[in-house]
Design a binder for this molecule. Structure first.
Ligand SMILES: Cc1cc2nc3c(=O)[nH]c(=O)nc-3n(C[C@H](O)[C@H](O)[C@H](O)COP(=O)(O)OP(=O)(O)OC[C@H]3O[C@@H](n4cnc5c(N)ncnc54)[C@H](O)[C@@H]3O)c2cc1C
Length: 266
């Protein structure tokens, strides 16, 4: 680990001002991604600006067809929240599949979406539900927020304040975890929303994406059988020592059917 200075922010405003004055500083939330990155000497920030305890980044609220989850909310809180379980049970289920108890007790939803790991779970829910990312500067639709591997629309110094999820009529998430890391080899979030069916895929490609053919098929017939014969384009998927493109394409189809089956019970 390279040496750095530690700063505990007292407010979002203070954190933002500090980042503006120190371009090589980095935010520290749960540290579940950042600390291993620093330990491996893959980053060399001048300062870590700790936003972990900020009241402005805490809390879950539900009302008017929306679920608001503050950026500093830890995965365990999402997984066990009565409000989340009532409004979008699939989101609580997804949060409980992240990592292990240590990771879920430290990692935050804001840190996860800001990091945009291509195998992370939350991006599938954020895109699948058509959520909005509220930052210290603006509101960003999920479609515009995720921009490929570890890349988002966030500008330097911009902080994720909360996620706003429209409450879906029905939703489910199915994940095939990598047996060693627990990250998604493929994870598919299916939601029946006020504007139609949405299907978002994580883990399989360089970034989270919507599977439009599956959305159209499920829009006509919301049943696992509607996905028979459909496949994502394997050429656009990841290939590595863990799985070929074709294997990942098959996993996506299987996870999509499982997610729909969770909803329909068929
Ligand atoms: C062993 C292990 C297993 C894991 N398994 C999974 C898994 O199965 N699924 C999964 O999805 N994830 C998994 N993770 C990642 C975990 O979910 C992390 O918590 C998450 O990716 C980062 O959140 P964090 O709060 O720890 O952020 P940090 O590590 O503190 O920060 C990550 C990055 O985001 C930035 N950042 C943090 N908060 C904000 C904010 N509010 N606004 C803007 N930028 C911000 C930081 O500057 C940093 O660049 C795993 C991690 C570990 C260590």
């Amino acid at each position: 680990m390279y040496p750095f200075s530690y700063v505990k922010a007292k407010s979002l405003k203070e954190a933002g001002e500090f980042l503006a004055a120190h371009p090589d500083a980095k935010l520290l939330a749960g540290g579940m991604t950042l600390i291993p990155t620093l330990k491996a000497r893959l980053a060399q920030p001048s300062h870590l600006v700790d936003i972990g305890g900020l009241a402005e980044l805490a809390g879950i609220k539900e009302g008017a067809g929306k679920l608001l989850i503050a950026g500093g909310t830890r995965h365990h809180e999402v997984a066990t929240s009565d409000a989340v379980k009532k409004a979008i049970p699939a989101l609580a289920y997804l949060a409980n599949l992240i990592g292990d108890p240590q990771v879920r007790n430290r990692g935050t939803i804001g840190g996860s979406v800001a990091n945009n790991d291509p195998a992370a779970d939350y991006p599938a829910a954020v895109l699948g539900l058509g959520a909005t990312v509220v930052t210290t500067r603006r509101e960003i639709a999920a479609e515009d927020f995720f921009q490929g591997m570890f890349t988002t629309a966030l500008a330097p110094g911009e902080i994720v304040v909360r996620l706003v999820f429209p409450v879906a009529k029905r939703a489910a998430y199915a994940k095939f975890p990598h047996p060693a890391s627990g990250y998604a080899m493929a994870g598919v979030f299916v939601a029946e929303t006020a504007t139609g069916v949405r299907v978002a895929v994580t883990g399989a490609a360089p970034g989270v994406f919507r599977w439009k053919e599956a959305e159209a098929a499920l829009g006509r017939n919301f049943n696992p059988a509607a996905l028979a014969g459909l496949a994502v384009n394997a050429d656009e998927l990841n290939e590595d020592i863990h799985a070929t493109r074709e294997y990942r394409a098959n996993l996506v189809a299987v996870m999509a059917r499982r997610a729909v089956a969770q909803i329909t019970g068929k």
